[in-house]
Design a protein around this ligand. Sequence first.
Ligand SMILES: Cc1cc2nc3c(=O)[nH]c(=O)nc-3n(C[C@H](O)[C@H](O)[C@H](O)COP(=O)(O)O)c2cc1C
Length: 209
Amino acid sequence: MHVQTPLKVHYYGSVVVLLGTRDEEGRANLAPMSSAWWLGQSAMLGMGDRSKTAQNLRATRECTLNLVPSGLADAVDRLADLTAVDPVPQTKAAKGYRFEPDKFGAAGLTEVPGEATGAPRVAECPIQLECRIVAAHPFGKGCTAFEAEILQSHVDESVLVPGTAYVDPVAWDPLIMKFCDYFGEARNLRESTLAANWRMPRGRLGRAA
Ligand SMILES: Cc1cc2nc3c(=O)[nH]c(=O)nc-3n(C[C@H](O)[C@H](O)[C@H](O)COP(=O)(O)O)c2cc1C
């Protein structure tokens, strides 16, 4: 039987991306995001307008999309309540966000320079896509859908079908965000700071809120 209920969250499960950007002064930023989808050689990226990342995308019109393997769930979660916006917007401060100018250091991840763009890449991510932002569409309430054209792909051989330009879907085990919780290897991987701060009900995860 279906019940009619106004769902509060519609995050049904999508890959986690670490979005690398720079501000106008060249300072690197890194933000976890999961509202991303791909078609052909383009990606659509949904970002809240209050994020430093959205500001950087508008200012420099370039970024890297670093696809996160399930083994990096801890590193992603270390960024979950950080923003490079100073002062932290009140709505975010109320959800536990803190200002952090050095996201790479905070995550314990290694910055590698881009080749096709000035945006920073994440060495630990086996798939790194350098992109140019070609359009920005207002989306929902206070969000923007940034259209990114992929200029250059850096792929670790370990996730490729040998001798081809195709990713092996068995070798590639993405970190998935599903209703604010982390999944990979088809199981829940760890407690999620975002889920705790958003006071998400635990349901079948069976943990205390
Ligand atoms: C796993 C994960 C996925 C997220 N997905 C998104 C997203 O798709 N869009 C978005 O605007 N924020 C998303 N966030 C929240 C941003 O990372 C957060 O707003 C962060 O403060 C942005 O950093 P910045 O202000 O330094 O850019 C996500 C956070 C986590 C932990």
